[in-house]
Write a protein that binds this ligand. Structure first.
Ligand code: SF4
Ligand code: SF4
Length: 329
């Protein structure tokens, strides 16, 4: 019987691993490292109800420059398709701009996951121009085009600030036909699966254009993972079992090839190496013999590693599938 640690640290049956073994005859293995994701820290200007890493203004964890330097060496060695920066709000890390400049100077494509509202913080006034000058691609959270749904997930004022930030980014060319990418991220406002990404995108495009004249590149739909504050809220409302059953019942084997853990690694703020940001949130670094800290990084062992799974992984394989790059099928 496979065991895993699940939200709250309680040992449970790892039904996901069992499901994978039924299909593949072995565990889940990575194929390559197309993406290196850097989690720059857990400080955030927001405290969203669905946050899977429990980020908030009170968190102080942040990636120091020494870890960033080692991460840059690894990125130079691996040459990933893109370096993906996440957090928390990665922009709040004091070394953020220096890191971007270092990576772009070495020719690496860089993508920033922004919550948009942070771009309106007083000390961030010049940041959109900096991002544009360095051709940083953007992935921006906007869980709905309707104000009420954004407010319920991200708090009062988040919708207005997000719209204002999107306008400023559009004015710099972001999300326009010839400008750098500005992808938006939808996630459900409760314990249900995202709709079809291809069908929701035209709705977003039409509504944001009609209401605010806002343009964007693509919409990415992401499933709420059974982790962090979202999971705690489900437990409080006694919806946790129903949601896990929903994810399990919607298991789609066609999502397996594209699972993000098969094509990326995540480096935590402290230099630990994870299969993905969700395992990072659970404190589950890479295992099965692969080195779990950047100080011992070995490209081949990490690129072809066996992935650490748990029941939370059903969030990635449900329905259309889910990843940091949106739906999988
Ligand atoms: S979901 Fe994103 S914006 Fe919200 S608290 Fe978490 S890291 Fe911050
Ligand atoms: S949570 Fe998703 S991305 Fe992470 S290890 Fe599980 S299946 Fe892979």
């Amino acid at each position: 019987m496979h065991k895993c640690l699940f939200a709250g640290g309680k040992a449970m049956e790892n039904r996901f691993e069992e499901r994978i073994a039924e299909i593949t005859g072995r565990g889940l293995f990575s194929d390559d490292i197309e993406v290196i994701q850097l989690n720059l820290g857990l400080r955030c200007n927001q405290c969203c109800v669905h946050c899977h890493v429990d980020a908030s203004p009170e968190r102080s964890e942040e990636m120091p420059w020494s870890v960033m330097e080692r991460a840059c060496e690894i990125i130079n060695e691996v040459q990933p398709v893109i370096v993906d920066m996440t957090g928390g709000a990665p922009e709040l890390n004091p070394h953020f701009q220096r890191l971007v400049a270092r990576l772009r100077g070495a020719g690496h494509p860089v993508q920033l996951r922004t919550n948009l509202t942070v771009l309106l913080e007083p000390e961030m006034v010049r940041l959109p121009e900096f991002l544009r000058e360095h051709a940083v691609q953007l992935v921006a959270s906007l869980p709905c085009y309707l104000e009420e749904n954004v407010r319920s997930q991200r708090g009062s004022g988040a919708y207005e600030k997000s719209v204002e930030a999107l306008r400023r980014l559009n004015a710099l060319g972001y999300g326009t036909a010839k400008g750098p990418a500005l992808n938006l991220v939808y996630n459900p406002g409760g314990a249900f699966l995202p709709p079809d990404q291809a069908q929701l995108e035209p709705d977003y495009r039409r509504e944001l254009q009609a209401r605010f004249g806002i343009e964007f590149t693509h919409l990415l739909t992401i499933t709420n993972m059974p982790l962090g504050r979202f999971w705690e809220e489900l437990r409080r409302r006694r919806e946790d079992r129903r949601y896990m059953a929903l994810l399990r019942d919607a298991f789609n084997p066609n999502t397996l090839q594209g699972l993000m853990c098969r094509h990326q690694i995540s480096i935590g703020w402290d230099g630990r190496v994870y299969d993905c940001d969700f395992n990072l949130a659970l404190g589950l670094p890479v295992d099965h013999g692969a080195p779990s800290h950047i100080t011992q990084f070995a490209g081949d062992a990490v690129a072809k590693r066996r992935i650490v799974t748990g029941n939370h992984c059903f969030g990635c394989t449900a329905g259309f599938g889910s990843s940091c790059r949106g739906a999988l099928v």
